[in-house]
Design a protein around this ligand. Structure first.
Ligand code: ADP
Ligand code: MG
Length: 285
């Protein structure tokens, strides 16, 4: 941003240099207009300092969030505010709001969002990732296919350690669409290494159209599947979303297509439903 009053803007301006050295560039860039604003509002010296600090903090926060959103590589812009909870009665708004507070990320816990296509898994994962960024955490979004392809490639190039290290850096790793394609045994083993690396240190949010009971098929090898689930479920929040695809809702409403008895692959099988009646399994030991 350019200063309103350029008259004082000489390279030799000591205030300019000091503000730059303190990295208070928000104040530096808007100093004249901020001081004008303070004068117009008859602010005391202390109130003026508060105004300057507030603007600097707002600008730093804004930049940090913009950068965080860019680094996360979300495939779309989705927010919790845009999620219609009434259209999705199998999700409890309070539970999502609790997750949005991001404590689970601080604790290195995991969230599994399970359900058939179109019920809002990707939407919620982006929205929760966004909340995590607002709360100051680093987030990376990827699909299971991209992730596994990257791991296989790195392994082939003898760079697996480097790749695993990079994937253990973000405080929250979101892996979308696990289970759409079954993984080869080698790939499943590489995925296991990632899960082990992040276990109890970095949070993961995984979405899948497969119930946990079906993960043996997803990972080709039931032994690897059990080892992966063991770590993933240890500190986890499992949300099973049921119901019709939101994408097809409008069409269905207009009578373009018939309602489905069960939309998509079978998720929410009995083995996933908690005995307590809620839709969350909180497994902590
Ligand atoms: P999934 O990942 O479960 O297949 P998506 O999250 O991609 O589903 O949702 C499909 C589309 O429908 C997206 O554009 C998403 O924003 C929208 N959508 C799904 N559920 C809801 C909802 N309850 N409220 C608002 N939009 C929704
Ligand atoms: Mg999706």
């Amino acid at each position: 941003m350019v200063r309103a009053n350029k008259a004082h803007e000489t390279p030799a301006d000591p205030l300019d240099a000091m503000l730059a050295r303190l990295q208070l560039t928000g104040i530096r860039d808007q100093l004249d207009s901020l001081l004008d604003e303070a004068a117009r509002a008859n602010l005391s010296a202390r109130e003026t300092l508060i105004l300057l600090c507030e603007r600097e903090i707002a600008r730093k926060d804004h930049r940090r969030i913009e950068m965080g959103l860019k680094l996360a590589h979300f495939p779309a812009v989705k927010e919790l505010a845009g999620f219609d909870f009434e259209a999705q009665p199998s999700i409890e708004p309070k539970q999502i709001r609790d997750l949005a507070a991001s404590r689970w990320i601080a604790n290195g816990e995991n969230v599994l969002l399970l359900g058939p296509p179109g019920v809002g898994k990707t939407h919620l994962s982006i929205a929760l990732g966004r909340e995590a960024i607002l709360a100051g955490y680093t987030v990376q979004f990827t699909t299971a296919t991209t992730l596994v392809a990257g791991l296989v490639k790195a392994y082939g190039e003898r760079r697996l350690d480097e790749k695993l290290l990079a994937l253990s850096k973000p405080k929250l790793l979101i892996i979308d669409e696990l289970g759409y394609l079954p993984l080869e045994p080698d790939a499943a083993h590489l995925f296991f290494q990632l899960v082990s690396r992040r276990y109890e240190s970095g949070a993961m949010l995984i979405t899948s159209n497969r119930s946990v009971a079906e993960w043996g098929t997803v990972f080709a090898d039931p032994v690897v599947a059990t080892a992966i689930l063991d770590r993933l479920l240890h500190h986890s929040h499992v949300l099973t979303i049921r119901g019709d695809s939101y994408r097809l809702r409008a069409k269905r409403k207009s009578g373009l297509i018939r309602p489905l008895a069960g939309d998509g692959p079978p998720v929410g099988s009995a083995s996933l439903r908690p005995a307590t009646g809620g839709n969350t399994l909180q497994q902590r030991s």
